[in-house]
Write a protein that binds this ligand. Structure first.
Ligand code: F6R
Length: 332
């Protein structure tokens, strides 16, 4: 009886993977992405201490990756996971869209669903080029009367430091210009790290406390840097726990120079939510487009979980939706 229930409750494709593994004599082990299991250093940071589902997620992730490898090798091609453009990695679902506009519409769908479920919830936003098509879509739906932001509280991931809010390169300015000024979110419930604060360490602590005192992030939107950073958590030896004052790497300064007159003008420091702050969100929505993001998406989703690839921590989150265009998905 117990055995029967176990089989019925198991994803059929898992059973097929096990059978295929037996038939092929585990020949796939050579190509299986390595290192999906949590590293001791990850535990040491305490970054994931609240994730009670961790053992299950790790197990599920492991065999989901094996399944993905089998699909790529044509063993399960008839299941069409790639063809259907939804790649299911267990706790992580990857949508592959045909265009940047379609990416924005899909991400807006996911956001709208979370908003409908929690109309007075706390939502985390991001800046950068990638979320712009999603923000355009959210504004369009708001203006069409389909979305209402009047009940929500917002927290942004990060802000340059020091920077004046009036500077058109500040993230405060970016958010007002590209989203907040066009929707009905109450201004007194909009939160960003303050790039004008006199002391960045005190400001980091204040911001972390504000996030923690909130009802908890329903959804945190993320982009990803070409070096795997999420927010401004750059590749490092350990994951960050809380909001912190950090230096930007040269690669991030160069990547962001496109928004400034020259690379010299890009601020070299920032205030950023920590990896743990992000991981505590109930749902993560990550968007990425373009060939420049292809390799890092592969490393983040299928490679080692390591603070050298900060986004790889998302493999351990229980509910992640990732929206890519075909170019960003090309190495998966
Ligand atoms: C922005 C942020 C960054 C960006 C990342 C990707 O708030 O936290 O991590 O998401 O640098 O930027 P784009 O979208 O410009 O490629």
């Amino acid at each position: 009886m117990r055995k029967k229930r176990l089989v019925e409750g198991t994803d059929k494709s898992f059973v097929l993977v096990v059978l295929a593994a037996l038939i092929f004599g585990f020949s796939f082990t050579n190509t299986e992405p390595e290192g999906l299991f949590v590293t001791p250093s990850l535990y040491r940071t305490g970054a994931l201490e609240s994730n009670h589902a961790l053992p299950f997620i790790l197990f599920y992730n492991k065999w989901s990756c094996i399944r993905l490898v089998l699909v790529r090798r044509g063993v399960f091609s008839e299941r069409g996971i790639i063809v259907s453009k939804v790649i299911n990695l267990g706790n992580v679902t990857v949508y592959v869209e045909d265009s940047y506009e379609a990416l924005g519409a899909r991400a807006a769908d996911i956001f709208a669903e979370a908003l409908a479920a929690a109309p007075t919830g706390v939502f985390g936003f991001a800046t950068g080029g990638t979320p712009l098509s999603m923000y355009g879509e959210l504004i369009r739906r708001y203006k069409a009367g389909a979305l209402d932001f009047s009940g929500i509280t917002t927290f942004n991931l990060d802000e340059y430091y020091p920077i004046l809010k009036s500077n058109d390169q500040s993230y405060d300015y970016f958010m007002r210009e590209n989203l907040f000024n066009h929707i009905n979110v109450p201004t007194d419930r909009i939160n960003l790290p303050n790039g004008e604060a006199p002391d960045p360490e005190i400001e980091s602590r204040r911001y972390e406390a504000a996030v923690r005192a909130s009802a908890g992030l329903e959804l945190q939107l993320l982009g990803i840097g070409e070096n795997g950073h999420i927010a401004f958590n750059e590749p490092a030896d350990a994951y960050t726990n809380a909001t912190n004052y950090t230096s930007l790497t040269e690669s991030t300064v160069q990547a962001n120079a496109r928004f400034f007159a020259s690379a010299d003008e890009v601020p070299k420091h920032a205030l950023t939510m920590g990896i743990k702050t992000i991981m505590l969100a109930k749902k993560i929505l990550l968007v990425a487009n373009g060939a420049k993001k292809a390799e890092i998406m592969r490393d983040a989703l299928l490679g080692d979980i390591t603070p050298r690839v900060p986004a790889s921590a998302l493999q351990l989150h229980r509910d992640v939706e990732i929206v890519l265009d075909a170019e960003a998905a090309s190495a998966l």
